[in-house]
Ligand binder design. Structure first.
Ligand code: CMC
Length: 427
């Protein structure tokens, strides 16, 4: 591979450096391209653009590979815990026993919310979508924790990161409790991160709550699967928001807003709604036909991915986890059978084969979450909870990067050119 790319534009040829990472495609450094040629590059949707340098997560979409700091997602899901994965993403290495213990204690110490935040919830309608509540409450955290908003102080950045990871389960559980009209349940720091979240969501103050270890492990694994995913839309939103120097709580609120969209984190909710609507295996061909019809906006939710042109490695773990949870909870929901058959039919259909559309992480996650007892509206909130570590790790990496500048894309302008203003009575 040459170390420069020659780009010719009219009579000008410029040499652009080619940068190599440790693995993955090389990138052509076009930072000086505009200064050299007076032209912009055009890439809506960033399909060919590396927006930053990162050491966190690597994806090979053709091979279906996902690595966090070099560790395969399947290995982490099988052998690690969400807390350990958080430590890994934030610090670059797996913790030893003592480091893990200290990290867990630190996160546990931050699980409570400022009591006044509870009154915030009462300002929302009871039927508000939990993601609307999450956007609002997380955005408001900067008003309650201003002592961790100085972004150039690494210690404050770390405290903000710990606070966000620790408080997200409390915030999400409270959004759920508010929607069902039950009292908020305070954290119990004798429980694990995930066990605590289950209790705050499904427990009530009047009765003891026993955490089911199979459910706890399954949910912990779901959190691992969602922890980070390179420069996806919400992470890029967090980075872009953070590039202006915005405080971490505001940046994560921006990430939550982006994640809510049905093409991103909202797909798990949409996928389960779709599977329920299909209802019976006999109706699958009708939905596959609709997904293929160019005049019908319907898409198979939980299928396809911008980066994976192979089976999403997270979906493999998800499928296995569905079986474990169904067995442990003795659930017999026909929706899983519909999902399995839909996957099988789609993967043998030339449309999906040619376009390399495979199940993604969201295809099976809703089936599990529903079996555990979460309403569909909570699915994306759980995604946000788990992705928070990825967002803060990426945000920290960006702030520490000396090459970091405010994110400011340019455009191909196709609107009117300069024209004279016409007074209202003359139009
Ligand atoms: N069902 C039917 N056709 C599809 C689907 C689908 N789920 N996904 C893509 N296609 C077709 C699309 O119509 C297009 O066809 P053509 O080339 O003939 O115009 C082609 O495949 C390429 O699609 P695209 O929209 O250009 O690809 P993209 O990379 O911009 O979009 C995607 C990726 C994930 C938004 C898209 O596959 C999609 O909408 N999937 C359903 C929503 C979903 O499951 N999202 C979760 C993504 S994974 C979780 C996360 O990271 O947030």
């Amino acid at each position: 591979m040459t170390d420069t790319a020659k780009i010719t534009l009219g009579d000008k040829t410029v040499d652009s450096p080619v940068l190599s990472g440790t693995v993955g495609p090389d990138v052509v450094d076009i930072r000086k391209f505009y200064a050299q040629t007076g032209a912009f590059t055009y890439d809506p949707g960033f399909t060919s653009t590396a927006s930053c340098e990162s050491q966190l997560t690597y994806i090979d979409g053709d091979e279906g590979v996902l690595l966090h700091r070099g560790y395969a997602i399947g290995d982490l899901a099988e052998q690690s815990s969400f807390m350990e994965t958080c430590y890994l993403l934030l610090n670059g290495e797996l913790p030893n026993g003592e480091e893990l213990q200290t990290f867990e204690n630190t996160i546990t110490r931050h699980t409570m919310l400022h009591e006044q935040l509870a009154t915030f919830y009462r300002g929302f309608r009871r039927d508000a979508h939990p993601m609307a509540v999450m956007c609002g409450v997380v955005g408001a955290l900067s008003a309650f924790y201003p002592d961790s908003t100085e972004i150039h102080d690494p210690h404050q950045r770390m405290i903000a990161s710990h606070r966000l990871i620790a408080k997200m389960p409390t915030i999400a559980a409270m959004a759920y409790k508010y929607s069902v009209g039950q009292p908020f349940v305070y954290p119990d720091n004798s429980l694990s991160y995930t066990g605590n979240f289950l209790r705050m969501t499904f427990g009530v103050p009047a009765e003891p709550y026993e955490v089911n270890p199979v459910v706890e492990r399954a949910l912990d694994r779901i959190f691992i699967l969602h922890a980070d995913h390179e420069q996806n839309a919400s992470t890029s939103t967090v980075r872009l928001a953070g590039s202006s120097g915005a405080n971490p709580f505001a940046c994560i609120a921006a990430g939550i807003a982006c994640l809510w969209g049905p093409a991103h984190g909202g797909a798990n909710e949409a996928a389960l709604n779709m599977l329920r609507e299909i209802g019976r295996p006999e109706r699958i061909p009708e939905y596959i036909a609709r997904a293929k019809d160019k005049d019908d906006p319907f898409r198979l939710m939980g299928f396809g991915h911008r980066v994976y042109k192979n089976y999403d490695p997270r979906a493999t773990v998800m499928q296995k986890t569905v079986r474990e949870v169904f067995e442990a909870l003795k659930v017999n929901d026909p929706v899983f059978e519909v999902a399995l058959q839909l996957e099988e039919m789609a993967l043998s259909d030339p449309y999906f084969v040619e376009k390399k559309l495979f199940p993604n992480v969201d295809f099976y996650s809703g089936v599990i979450l529903s079996a555990i007892g979460f309403p569909t509206t909570m699915f994306t909130a759980l995604f946000a909870l788990a992705r928070t570590v990825g967002w803060v790790a990426q945000w920290n990496e960006m702030i520490s990067d000396p090459a970091q500048k405010i994110g400011r894309p340019r455009q191909l302008y196709t609107g009117p050119t300069h024209r004279p203003y016409v007074a209202v009575d003359k139009r």
